[in-house]
Design a protein. Structure first.
Lengths: 338, 477
């Protein structure tokens, strides 16, 4: 906690001293490349493949922003950041944008002086246990040993949950996900807790997934989203609306495959505004009017990105759940584009 | 007379042949008795140890024997290995190039390979100055370089060119081994150009700065002495690098030869470990020597600065230095400067190692008898001559084990850069490999692979230091 306060102070000093530039858009255009803070490797969300090309759910959003700003989804450089370095990298201007499944919290928004411009994935902390433990609810985990990664918000959530329900547990702290999985499989702990998406990915790759269950309780809210620095609202708007453009595209049924066809035939006024056929939406943000068209053409709409990287057709197999569009009972809702 | 003859007992006329010692006093039995079964305690310990070894082998052997080399995912490995389970080496087969080169573009692998081969050529005169062993090292490296190029690079032109260059260097090493030292001096610039690419004139212009330094030194030294000469030369060279070099490079931009530039963020794996490790090792030794001399100096300012630097750097963990390199430095630099992260890390790792080397060498200096210093004074040598001819050769010889273990530690510490988001072979690349859904859940195999390579390198360094100690041994103990 002390460290984050310290870094926050450093960040604040840097901001007031005007070190980090205000016009990120101009920087990106001048550089001809978007610097996107990414994970050092998280299954489904962001990692380089065998040929060194970055792929993943978060990565696709970076590519969409690059396509919106520079017209080319390939003009993005991914800067791997660790849990410790991510916020300082953003504050110091080393990256323009951080899309690294970072949880939107009060202190990060205010104290660290960042803006979480959207939530591209609603996650929550869950538990995985072995089936033969005979547990069907997290509240039955009294006296259990729980594997937990150190230095994360999940550790604090876990303590809160068990204290609130007045049950005891023994934490087994581990360094990272692979370590946790190893300890859990070796029987060093009865339950493994982390974000539900991470649990699903771990379970999918186990030798015997049928012997492990993910308990129904989700004990915390983990809204993950793209982060930008305070003080450059235009840049924040660009990232936010690029993301919303992907949502609107899903809502309107515009996909990577049919975008040209829709553009030539549509009469829907919102779609026409989105694709730059009417109005000056792009110019208002300092971009081309076909910004959204480029962004959608990069990796498809939100639903396509979800399905291609983490959806039910992939081995990770996450259901849309909270991340379905609002029209289908989820929380993903884009304000009107006008 | 004949009586006496008849009564005399048989007298042997020739010597008996030597007999073998008793069974228990020779060969395997004797060795076993002396080393493994000498007394009750010893026997018991041997049996326990044998049991432990047997137990471990019995646990691990099936895993090693069942290793799967051909599969596309961990799941497939599990299916092939069956219920007993086995190592999934297929992950190494699929991703080895990332462990070695990181994200270096695949069609340019010849560049790091040639740079790596030339590194040994440049090392040969340092390791075996003027000896035939140096030429042998160059020969072996030349063959290995050409073979690995032939295996990994599809451009026959590169292979032929490398073969010709390596053959030339081997001939040079064989005929005039001492001349090879010029290759060593040029190597840093050549390696920089090969690895990062771009116009060759950038490293050449930087090299010219050293030319300026030497020139000024030659002019000043006869008049004002070594210290003034070095200082003036250094300052002139710095002025050149700061103000002149930029325009020289700009004027020559676009003039061939040129290589496709490769960005630092594409470096990873052992390529990154070597870039950081080798640079830091070769720069930290001279800096460390100067710091050690500074710490023993009579001049108050120099002594205070050296002590302050050494104690500060040694008192701070390396991780802190790395975080400083990656996070804090960015705040103090002007906005939008893009100061390469690898360069920042190399500089701080070098300073870190230099502080340790300085203390190791100070130990060597302290071990020299006072008579050596007095003898140097009696001969009328000045400070630098005494250091160069009498003190340093002995002090460095004493410090070899300490220096080499610092180097080994430094090389292994390069894996810590994963904490600042660089792709070190142990954690950085492994994390990326595990992020692939096909290989998620893999645990031991990457660690074993990387560990074996690290062991070979560090063991090599350690053996070389023992060879060097043996070679330089002049006492009669």
């Amino acid at each position: 906690m002390k460290k984050s306060v310290f870094l926050g102070v450093v960040a604040a000093t840097a901001m007031t001293a005007g070190f980090a530039s205000a016009a990120t858009l101009d920087d990106v255009k001048a550089r001809g490349e978007l610097l996107c803070g990414s994970n050092t490797g998280l299954t489904g969300f962001g990692a380089p493949d065998a040929n060194g090309n970055w792929v993943g759910f978060d990565v696709s959003l970076c590519r969409a922003v690059a396509a919106a700003v520079l017209g080319d989804p390939a003009k993005v450089k991914f800067v791997p950041t660790t849990g410790e370095t991510r916020f300082t990298a953003l504050a110091s201007g080393e990256v323009d944008l951080l899309v690294r499944n970072s949880t939107w919290t009060f202190s990060r928004d205010t104290d660290l002086k960042f803006d979480f411009v959207a939530v591209n994935y609603y996650d929550g902390q869950g538990f995985m246990v072995k089936k033969d433990l005979g547990v069907s609810s997290a509240k039955e985990l009294d006296g259990a040993t729980v594997c937990i990664q150190t230095g994360t918000t999940t550790e604090l959530n876990l303590a809160d949950f068990f204290k609130f329900n007045n049950i005891k547990y023994t934490p087994v702290t581990v360094q990272d996900d692979s370590e946790a999985q190893r300890q859990y499989l070796a029987g060093a702990c009865d339950a493994y807790t982390t974000d539900a998406s991470g649990l699903a990915a771990s379970r999918a790759t186990m030798a015997d997934p049928e012997n492990h269950i993910i308990l129904p309780e989700i004990i915390s809210k983990e809204p993950l989203g793209p982060v930008v620095r305070h003080g450059d609202n235009n840049w924040g708007d660009i990232v936010r609306w690029t993301y919303y453009a992907l949502l609107i595209a899903e809502e309107k049924g515009i996909t990577k495959a049919n975008i040209e066809e829709v553009a030539s035939s549509t009469t829907d006024p919102e779609v026409r505004r989105l694709l730059g056929l009417e109005g000056d939406a792009g110019v208002m943000m300092g971009l081309d009017n076909n910004w959204a068209k480029n962004a959608i053409a990069a990796n498809g709409n939100y639903g396509e990105i979800f399905e291609a990287n983490i959806g039910t057709s992939t081995p990770i197999g996450l259901a849309r759940g909270l991340n379905a569009l609002w029209t289908q009972g989820g929380l993903q809702y884009a304000p009107p584009l006008r | 007379m004949s009586d006496t003859h008849a009564e005399t007992a048989f007298i042997r006329t020739e010597m008996l042949g030597p007999q073998l010692p008793p069974v228990t006093e020779r060969g395997v039995v004797k060795w076993l008795r002396e080393n493994l079964f000498a007394g009750w305690t010893n026997t018991a310990l041997t049996l326990v140890a044998l049991f432990v070894v047997f137990w471990l082998v019995q646990l691990a052997l099936p895993w090693w024997l069942n290793g799967v080399w051909n599969a596309t995912s961990l799941g497939e490995c599990r299916t092939i290995a069956g219920p007993e389970g086995g190592a999934c080496w297929a992950v190494i087969k699929a991703r080895w190039h990332q462990y070695i080169f990181g994200f270096y573009p695949q069609d340019m692998y010849w560049r790091p390979i040639v740079a790596f081969g030339l590194m040994f050529v440049a090392l040969a005169p340092v390791l075996y100055y003027g000896l035939r062993s140096g030429a042998r090292l160059v020969g072996v490296v030349a063959v290995l370089t050409v073979v690995s190029l032939a295996a990994l690079d599809h451009d026959i032109g590169h292979v032929v060119l490398a073969a010709v260059v390596m053959a030339g260097l081997f001939a040079l090493a064989w005929v005039a081994p001492k001349r090879l030292v010029y290759v060593t001096l040029l190597y840093p610039f050549l390696a920089f150009w090969l690895l990062w690419g771009g116009s060759i004139w950038k490293p050449v212009a930087t090299l010219a700065g050293f030319g300026v330094m030497v020139l000024v030194y030659r002019l000043i030294q006869p008049r004002l002495g070594v210290v003034m000469g070095t200082a003036t030369g250094f300052i002139t060279a710095c002025l050149y690098w700061l103000f002149v070099q930029g325009s020289v490079t700009a004027a020559l931009a676009g003039v061939p030869p040129e290589l496709v530039p490769v960005n630092s963020d594409q470096f990873g794996g052992f390529l990154l470990a070597f870039v950081i490790g080798v640079t830091a090792i070769s720069c930290s030794l001279p800096i460390g020597i100067l710091l050690a001399l500074g710490r023993r100096s009579d001049m108050l300012l120099i002594k205070t600065l050296s002590v302050g630097f050494i104690e500060f750097i040694r008192g701070v963990p390396l991780i802190t230095m790395l975080f400083t390199a990656s996070l804090l430095l960015q705040y103090f630099l002007p906005p939008r400067t893009n100061f390469d992260l690898i360069l920042r890390v190399v500089i701080l790792v070098t300073l870190f190692a230099a502080a340790y080397i300085a203390e190791v060498i100070r130990g060597g200096l302290a071990a020299l008898p006072r008579g050596q210093y007095e003898a140097a004074d009696a001969l009328g040598l000045d400070y630098w001559q005494a250091q160069r001819l009498i003190i340093m050769p002995q002090a460095l010889k004493i410090s070899i084990p300490g220096i080499v273990s610092t180097f080994i530690g430094l090389f292994k510490d390069t894996t810590l850069v994963s904490f600042v988001g660089l792709l070190d072979p142990l954690r950085g690349v492994t994390q990326i490999v595990r992020a692939d859904i096909n290989w998620k859940g893999i645990y031991w195999e990457p660690y074993i692979f990387v560990g074996v390579i690290f062991f070979l390198i560090c063991f090599g360094m350690s053996r070389y230091s023992m060879y060097l100690e043996q070679k330089l041994k002049t006492d009669h103990r």
